[in-house]
Design a protein around this ligand. Sequence first.
Ligand code: SF4
Length: 60
Amino acid sequence: MPAGKPAGIRCIHLTETNLCAIFDHPDRPKVCADFKADDYVCGNSRDEALILITELEQLT
Ligand code: SF4
């Protein structure tokens, strides 16, 4: 996504099973490689993650 990925927009590299299609590829953005999953951002499920990320987006 050359112009970046706005919050709330599904990444074009996300597969139907919610995995990264370019996980081991050198084109994977550095910000993705640097991200470390944590409970306060990701929760324990996809649904929890969406709630938490939406709250963080509204607060920042
Ligand atoms: S890790 Fe990055 S490139 Fe891969 S699906 Fe997630 S946002 Fe997209």
